[in-house]
Ligand binder design. Structure first.
Ligand code: FAD
Length: 405
C-alpha cells in the first residue's frame, strides 16, 4: 500500500523536529526549504560574536538513518483544491542560471516557513538592515563587525567618524535583540577593547524598541535588572522609539533625528497564519473553517485567541504534538487539543549576567549559567554538545577565535 505523503515546508525548529520524528515507515516525508540545515537560533548571536565555529550552530536535514526526501526550494504558492505546492528551486543551477519551477503534490501539508521579518514599511530598513535568522546571516554580521573595526582603525579617522562606525543599533528589545546586545557588549567591553586599544571607549550599542519596555515576556523586576545591567555595560536602551528612516550609515527617529551608526540589526517579526487548537489552518474570514489536511506551526502561525510567543520552545512543542497526533492517527481516539507548557524563559544580558522569567532571585551569574546550559540542551547531537563545550573551554583559556589572547 502506498504511504501517505506528508510535505513539510521549512527546516527551522518546527520543520526539523517533524522531519526527524515523524514515522518514516508510515509516511512518505518530503521536506521543502531553501536551507538544507536547521539553525540553532539561540546560538546564532554567540556564533556571530565568535564564541564557536558557525558549523556548530546548525544541523543538517539529511541523515543517513532517516528516509526522507529533501528538496532545496521555496514554496511559492499552494493550490489547496488540487493539493499541490508550486515550488521554485533555491539551489544554484549552473546551467540555467535561474530557478527551476516544479510542483509537489501532498496528502497532508505542514506549513512551517517561519515569520517574515516586519520592518513596518520603514523606508530603507529592508535594504540597509542586517537580520539574524540563520547561519548565513550570522556570518554577514560577524564580517561587517570586523570590517567596521578595521575601517575605524585606518589613519586619518576622526573620533566622531570612529564613534559613528562603531555604534551598533539593534531594533527590537525581545530576547533576540537583547542577546545580540549582550554578546556584542561582551566583545566590545572585554575582547575588542584589548585587541583595538586605540578604539577603546568608542564602541557603543543602542537598542531601540517602539514598546515602552524591553523583554516584554519577563517580569518587571527582571526588565529593570536588565536595564541597570545594560547601562553599566555601555548599552543604551531607547523605548517608545519610532524609527522613520534607515540609511546605510544612520537611522532617523522621531525624537532624536539622525543617529550615525555602522550597522543596524533588525530583530522584529510577525505572525501570519491562524490555526485552530489542533494546528489546522483556518480558511480566510468570515468562514474560518479548519482545513483538515493542512497544518501550520512555528513562528508562521498562531492558534486563534491563544497569543503564544514566537519562540523555539513553542515551535518544538507544537511540532512534537503534531508528531504524536500523526504517528498515532490510525488510533480510533480523537486527539486532544494542543496545550502549551510554559517553560522557563532565559535571556543573557552580558557580563555573565542573565534573567530567568518566574525566578527573579536567579538573575546574575546563576541565570547566566542556566542560559549557558540551556544553550547546550538546545543542540540535538552529542557531537555538537561536545564541540561547543570544547570551544567554550578554549575561549576561556585563550580568548575567542576572533579576538585571541
Ligand atoms: C538570533 C535568534 C535567537 C533566538 N533565541 C531564542 C531562544 O533563546 N529561545 C527560544 O525559544 N527562541 C529563540 N529564538 C526564536 C526561535 O528561533 C524561533 O521562534 C524559531 O526559529 C521558529 O521556528 P520555525 O520553525 O517556525 O521557523 P524558522 O526557524 O524561522 O525556520 C523557517 C524555515 O522555513 C524556511 N522557509 C521560509 N520560507 C519558505 C518557503 N516559501 N518555502 C520553503 N521554506 C521556506 C526557511 O528557510 C527556514 O528554514 C531566536 C531567534 C533568533 C533569530
Amino acid at each position: 500500500m502506498a504511504k501517505e505523503k506528508i510535505v513539510i515546508v521549512g527546516t527551522g525548529w518546527a520543520g526539523y523536529t517533524l522531519s526527524q520524528k515523524l514515522d518514516d515507515k508510515k509516511f512518505e516525508i518530503i521536506v521543502i526549504s531553501p536551507e538544507d540545515t536547521s539553525p540553532y537560533t539561540p546560538l546564532l548571536a554567540s556564533a556571530a560574536c565568535g564564541l564557536f565555529d558557525f558549523s556548530l550552530a546548525e544541523e543538517p536535514i539529511r541523515h543517513k538513518s532517516r528516509q526522507l526526501t529533501y528538496l532545496q526550494a521555496r514554496v511559492e504558492d499552494v493550490d489547496f483544491h488540487t493539493k499541490t505546492c508550486k515550488c521554485m528551486s533555491a539551489c544554484d543551477d549552473v546551467r540555467a542560471g535561474e530557478g527551476r519551477a516544479f510542483e509537489v503534490s501532498y496528502d497532508r501539508l505542514i506549513l512551517a516557513p517561519g515569520c517574515v521579518t516586519n520592518t513596518f514599511r520603514t523606508p530603507g530598513a529592508d535594504k540597509h538592515s542586517f537580520f539574524v535568522r540563520n547561519v548565513a546571516d550570522a556570518k554577514k554580521v560577524q564580517h561587517r563587525l570586523k570590517q567596521l573595526l578595521e575601517l575605524a582603525s585606518l589613519p586619518g579617522m576622526s573620533e566622531e567618524e570612529q564613534r559613528g562606525l562603531l555604534h551598533i543599533i539593534i531594533v527590537g528589545g525581545g530576547p533576540t535583540g537583547v542577546e545580540l546586545a549582550a554578546e556584542m557588549s561582551d566583545l566590545f567591553n572585554d575582547d575588542f577593547s584589548k585587541l583595538y586599544p586605540d578604539l577603546k571607549g568608542r564602541m557603543s550599542i543602542t537598542i531601540h524598541d517602539a514598546a515602552p519596555f524591553i523583554l516584554g515576556a519577563f517580569e518587571e523586576a527582571l526588565r529593570k535588572h536588565s536595564l541597570e545591567s545594560f547601562s553599566k555595560r555601555h548599552v543604551t536602551v531607547i523605548t517608545g522609539s519610532k524609527i522613520k528612516k534607515v540609511e546605510v550609515d544612520s537611522i532617523t527617529t522621531e525624537a532624536e533625528g539622525s543617529i550615525a551608526c555602522g550597522m543596524i540589526l533588525w530583530t522584529a517579526g510577525k505572525k501570519q497564519i491562524m490555526t485552530d487548537d489542533y494546528l489546522h489552518v483556518l480558511t480566510p474570514r468570515p468562514e474560518q473553517e479548519p482545513m483538515r489536511d493542512v497544518f501550520a506551526l512555528g513562528d508562521a502561525a498562531d492558534i486563534k485567541k491563544y497569543f503564544l510567543p514566537t519562540t523555539a520552545e513553542v515551535a518544538v512543542q507544537k511540532a512534537e504534538y503534531l508528531v504524536r497526533v500523526l504517528n498515532n492517527s490510525s488510533n480510533a481516539a480523537s486527539p486532544a487539543p494542543f496545550e502549551y507548557k510554559q517553560k522557563a524563559l532565559v535571556a543573557y544580558i552580558g557580563g555573565h549576567d542573565g534573567v530567568v522569567h518566574g525566578r527573579p532571585e536567579w538573575s546574575g551569574p546563576r541565570a547566566w549559567a542556566a542560559w549557558r546550559s540551556k544553550n547546550l540542551l538546545w543542540t540535538r547531537s552529542w557531537r555538537r554538545k561536545f564541540m561547543i563545550t570544547i570551544y567554550w573551554a578554549l575561549d576561556w583559556l585563550g580568548g575567542k577565535e576572533i579576538a585571541r589572547a
